[in-house]
Write a new protein. Structure first.
Length: 278
């Protein structure tokens, strides 16, 4: 799979369409490989059934579709296409302005918006910001990955997780100070290595990084400890990104359901549709 290109991936899709078409009655005359009308309607039917499958399984189809769209764009081998989870950085005037204000210029892609007209936009989450920002592809470039950082909680290779854990240990240290007790040494060690990693990766001053996180720490310190559990603490980086995942398609594929679609023959799953494209 990793060595396959766009043509091979397209053939995988065609093979899936062949198998789907074979489920229904009297569709031998359909040729989705050369007939655009047949291809559009058969693909639409397949998507509808996949929506039903997702609903039956309790899955969010639009989120899955958005993530798939991001992977599709990344497989087009374009220099300005980034998959969800990619590390990116601002460039041009946007980068200059952020640097002047002491704001981060690097972040992670959490979503993609592909309009019918106009440039692709990416939802990018930056250090210290609770939600992602929409940024045009022309204002972004690829950034180096966040360095694997060893902490007492394990190895962290994602900036979102590093930020989460740094805020947590800073909160624990602050709470110890308020209670007049020495902070836990593991918390002190983790604060040092996480802060160092985030400072280096973002190319920012230590004071600027801590200032960005202080609001989160202060909020936790003024909240009863039982309520300060970190949302998504057990989630993977991809799931963390999905917590503020946008609906990235301008028009959902659920809006145009063909009125002529029929249900499969009840006798067996191997039967075919009978009233399409005669």
């Amino acid at each position: 799979m990793a060595e396959a290109g766009a043509e091979e991936f397209a053939e995988f899709g065609a093979a899936a369409m062949d198998s789907f078409q074979a489920l229904f009655e009297e569709t031998e005359h359909l040729d989705h490989r050369i007939n655009d009308v047949h291809a559009r309607e058969l693909l639409g039917d397949l998507l509808i059934d996949l929506m039903h499958y997702a609903q039956h399984r309790g899955l969010e189809f639009n989120d899955i579709l958005a993530q798939a769209n991001g992977h599709y764009l990344s497989e087009r081998n374009s220099s300005d296409v980034y998959a969800i989870g990619s590390a990116v950085q601002l460039k041009g005037p946007a980068a200059d302005e952020a640097a002047l204000l002491g704001r981060p210029t690097r972040g992670g892609v959490t979503g993609i918006y592909v309009p019918h007209d106009g440039p692709t936009e990416y939802y990018v989450r930056f250090l210290g910001e609770p939600s992602s920002r929409s940024i045009r592809a022309t204002e972004l470039q690829e950034a180096s990955a966040f360095p694997a950082t060893s902490t007492t909680r394990g190895v962290i290779s994602d900036p979102f997780l590093a930020e989460r854990d740094l805020v947590e240990v800073m909160t624990q240290i602050g709470r110890a100070d308020l209670n007049g007790v020495p902070p836990n040494q593991d918390d002190l060690n983790d604060r040092h290595v996480l802060l160092e990693a985030l400072v280096a990766w973002n190319g920012m001053d230590t004071r600027d990084v801590t200032d960005l996180l202080l609001a989160q720490v202060e909020q936790r310190l003024t909240t009863p400890q039982a309520e300060t559990s970190v949302p998504g603490a057990a989630l993977s980086p991809g799931r963390l990104a999905a917590q503020d995942f946008p609906i990235p398609l301008e028009q959902g594929l659920t809006e145009h359901r063909p009125s002529t679609r029929t249900t499969p023959h009840p006798a067996a799953s191997a039967t075919r549709r009978t009233d399409r494209h005669r």
